[in-house]
Write a protein that binds this ligand. Sequence first.
Ligand code: AMP
Length: 113
Amino acid sequence: MDNCLFCKIINGDIPSDKLYEDDDVFAFRDISPQAPIHFLIIPKKHLRGPAAVGADDEKLIGKMLRIGADLARQEGVGDAFRVVFNNGAGAGQSVFHIHMHILGGRSMNWPPG
Ligand code: AMP
């Protein structure tokens, strides 16, 4: 997608603090971290958000979760992390390329506000 911020990060047109990349997914630190550890996993395939996930994408979304958990461990938060997907502007989505937030490194209240 020409005008997508996260597609530009994947292509290297916009720099990022990359944690991981393979043929399917890309992971990088959030530029405005909401926890000591806060990074994003995105698929290289442009999908607008969680509601745009189709049956063909189910394996890809599972892979994002597996890579995210591996990276959380690598970042030292063990099994204490939160996974967030925002869908739609009304729920706080600001970048319309699906992304999985991983947050950890502090105690996080549940339910969130
Ligand atoms: P959301 O609000 O769920 O759409 O999340 C978008 C996230 O992308 C926010 O947490 C932003 O801080 C993050 N973000 C925006 N631009 C960049 C960037 N250039 N590099 C890293 N993270 C970014």
